[in-house]
Design a binder for this molecule. Structure first.
Ligand code: NAD
Length: 380
């Protein structure tokens, strides 16, 4: 099939199927929904609200969701949405009105083509607003546990991302990768860059597996203690002060030095492109598990692969969130959701590691599996 690039967007045998741009003249905001591919099921992906979000960015994220959902073996296609508003410039009332207006504009595509979810600057609260405005409990996932509904006599409750599904999946990916490199989790040294939803829960679950978290960073800097940083103590410090920097007894280092520390496993769990041309040559970790989306471009993954660093790419490693979304959509409880994450992530990571040999990096192996699954289900 001939591929077409237009304004950066690649039109190919996968998609995008729909690019919908919305405008509300009363509230004066623009929104965009990209449904990249629905061969495997309804398009699933979160709603991002930032002043900078563009149609191109939303398409890129929607394509990543097509791959992520296919790799996780979920009956979901790929989609993503953006609301072009800086939430810091509006009141909570206006933010709510915007979520409700956006839900109404997407009515022709829900249910059937799209299921919403949280992303940057949208949380369980906004997902409840979206679903209530739409009038369908199933129109969004990542809703609060207190927002319930009944179907066929069965009560269903929201499964917020605040349960730690993504950090749990990242932990399982790290466990499988460590096994592949003959590293024992008991006592393995781990650095976690970013201490939000993903980083905090990765810390909790990895410590539960006996690993030693030797460094943690957030936007204020890195803390480092070779003896290990305790989860409960650090969470208490962060809850009290809003940052990790006053953790007792740890050395304070600059923010980005965390990517250069000697450790068994490095987990980027913050912003994109943290490993780049400036620091890639100084990365010392044996394994990198990508909790964040696109923590480095593929060329840097290639360079590290040549140095025998095992990299579990974002599209498999951070799929815990979307697996939790599927569990919520199906009306599962939290226990069943965590079990499902294990059943999906563990074999997927093993398969990708075993298929990536020689010059094929794990990301390429993963993309090959995802594309084959999507195209095998191509509509006639
Ligand atoms: P979050 O907003 O809860 O936390 C982000 C953390 O990163 C904060 O601790 C912040 O201080 C820190 N940070 C920001 N800039 C930094 C920098 N330059 N260096 C070091 N730390 C920095 O975000 P999150 O939900 O934990 O998401 C983190 C990443 O994981 C994002 O890339 C997100 O797209 C991806 N992700 C999240 C989920 C999820 O379920 N939350 C699912 C899949 C992927």
């Amino acid at each position: 099939m001939e591929e077409l690039h237009k304004e950066g967007i690649l039109y190919d045998d996968i998609g995008p199927e729909y690019i919908i741009e919305t405008y509300d003249p009363k509230l004066d905001f623009r929104g965009v929904l990209v449904i990249d591919n629905t061969n495997l099921g309804m398009g699933k992906g979160g709603i991002r609200m930032t002043g900078e979000v563009t149609t191109l960015e939303v398409w890129r994220l929607a394509r990543a969701m097509s791959y992520k959902n296919a790799l996780a073996g979920l009956p979901f296609g790929g989609a993503k949405a953006g609301i072009m508003v800086d939430p810091k410039t509006i009141t909570p009332q206006k933010k709510r009105a915007i979520m409700e207006s956006f839900a109404n504009s997407l009515r022709p595509l829900i249910p059937g083509k799209y299921i919403a979810g949280p992303d940057i600057n949208t949380t369980e609260k906004e997902m409840e607003q979206f679903a209530r405005a739409h009038g369908e409990w199933e129109s969004a996932t990542g809703k609060p546990a207190t927002y319930t509904s009944s179907k066929g006599g069965k009560k269903r409750a929201g499964l917020p991302h605040e349960l730690g599904s993504t950090g749990y999946g990242v932990t399982l990916a790290a466990v499988v990768a460590a096994q592949a490199r003959d590293i024992k989790m008991e006592g393995a040294s781990i650095a976690i860059a970013g201490y939000g939803n993903v980083g905090v829960f990765a810390h909790k679950f990895l410590q539960g597996r006996g690993a030693k978290i030797i460094a943690v960073s957030d936007s204020s800097g890195t803390i480092y203690d070779r003896k290990g940083i305790d989860y409960e103590t650090l969470l208490a410090v962060k809850t009290k002060t809003g940052s990790i920097s006053s953790y007792p007894g740890a050395k304070k280092l600059s923010r980005d030095v965390i990517y250069e520390l000697t450790c068994d496993i490095l987990i980027p769990a913050a912003t994109p492109d943290v490993i780049n041309e400036k620091n890639v040559g100084r990365v010392m970790a044996k394994i990198i598990v990508e909790g964040a989306n696109i923590p480095m471009q593929e060329e840097f993954e290639q360079q590290l692969h040549k140095k025998d660093v095992l990299i579990i790419p974002d599209i498999i490693a951070n799929a815990g969130g979307v697996i939790s979304s599927y569990a919520e959509y199906k009306g599962f409880d939290a226990k069943k959701m965590f079990k499902l994450i294990e059943e999906k992530i563990v074999p997927n990571v093993s398969e990708v590691i075993s298929r990536s040999e020689g010059t094929v990096i794990p990301r390429q192996a993963a993309l090959k599996i995802a594309r084959a699954r999507i195209l095998a289900k191509a509509k006639k």
